[in-house]
Each structure stands twice: as structure tokens, then as C-alpha cells.
Design a binder for this molecule. Sequence first.
Ligand code: SF4
Length: 233
Amino acid sequence: MEKHLLSKSTFIRGNQCLKSLYLNKHRPFLRDKLDPETLARFKRGHQFGSLAQRLFPGGVDLSPKSYYQYQKAVLTTREAIRTNSYDIIYEAGFQFDRLLIFLDILSRENGNWIAYEVKSSYKISDTFVLDAAFQYYVISNYGLSLKDFFIVYASDKVAYDKLEEYDDLKPLFIQESVLDKILVLQDFIREKVEKQKETLRLDASPVIGIGAHCNSPYPCDFIGHCSKSAIRK
Ligand code: SF4
């Protein structure tokens, strides 16, 4: 299996800015250092994701053991599904057309596969729906039929600084189906994927100036580089 070109995080990055996508792939050393706020957000997301797994007990974690084992992890997931080895898989890996995703929780319920993506947030944003649509695009084109796709997010009962103290998890999570929303986005995803792949094949980064998009939906980590380039002009 060939190495992937895009993952869900790089797809979201490319949707925000094609220059950021290009730089991330070809000039990663130009990235700004991660600030404490971003590091704290990553840590919180990781903790919240682990907690959500406990809503689906008894599963197997098939996440790759290192960056170099992504494709191997995809093959492991494929085998687990083919042999009906597990009803619940954490970090189920799929690759289609050099697009790679790891789904937070894949659950077989009454003979149907259901996807659950966990977000440490109090509401569902458009970016989360886009992220889910990308994952659905990869999984369905790979050949696995999904009966439904849920985003699992935080209820107003969650205090992020107390994540390690909760025993009763059910009141903490809201599960909302986004299947209808992501089905209508499938052609959009296909077009965006083609555009992003085209961008990655360019000889130089696309010319895109600093603007409101640099902070939406996330602060871009090439702002330092792009700001310097803008000053030099
Ligand atoms: S700082 Fe702005 S223009 Fe530069 S790569 Fe990031 S999003 Fe694109």
C-alpha cells in the first residue's frame, strides 16, 4: 500500500489554506513552535477521547504504534473487519486513494457498522462536520458500509479540569448523528481532495496572502513565516 498523501488533519488544514497544506508537506521546518494553549488543547482532546472509549467498553485499540506503521495499522483493521474479530475497534484505520483516516470508535451494532468521532467541545462546528464527511468519504469508498455516523461531544456537565475524576460517564457525552449532513458533502469532499492533491504536486507554494482565514477555524502555525514574507515584500 502506498504511503498516504492526505490525512483528516491535513485535509482540514488544506481546506483552511492551500499554502498551509503545501508548506506543511514540503517545508515543515517553517512551522511556528506550538504554543502552550495549543498543547493544552491537544492534551484535553486526548484525555476526552480516552474517556469516551469507556462508553464503548471491550474494544480493541488498533492505533498505529508509530508514524511509520500507519499503513500496517490499516491492514490490521481490514483483517479485523474481514474476520469479524471484534465488535468495537478504537482508532480503526482506513485508506482510499492515498487518503488516510483513523476513526475514533467503530462499533458493530445489530450487524451494522456505526462510526463515532469524539470531539472535546461543547458543540458541533462546521469543521467537525467536514472532518466527519472526509472520514465517511474514505471509509465508504474503501468499501465499508456505515449505517450511521455520530459525533460525540461534551455536555454542559463536563469540566475539563476534572476529567480524571468522573465515574458516571453517560451524562458527560452527547451523541448526535451527522449522517444526513455529511452525505450531501461527498461531492464537495471529492473536489477538495483533487484540488489539494494538485497543490501538493506544485513546484512552489501557492501565493496566498495573510487574512482572516489564517485564524479560522484554527490559528495557522505558519503565521510567523508568512508574516516575515509579507514584511520583506
Ligand atoms: S499564515 Fe495564513 S496565508 Fe500563511 S499559510 Fe497560514 S493560513 Fe495560509
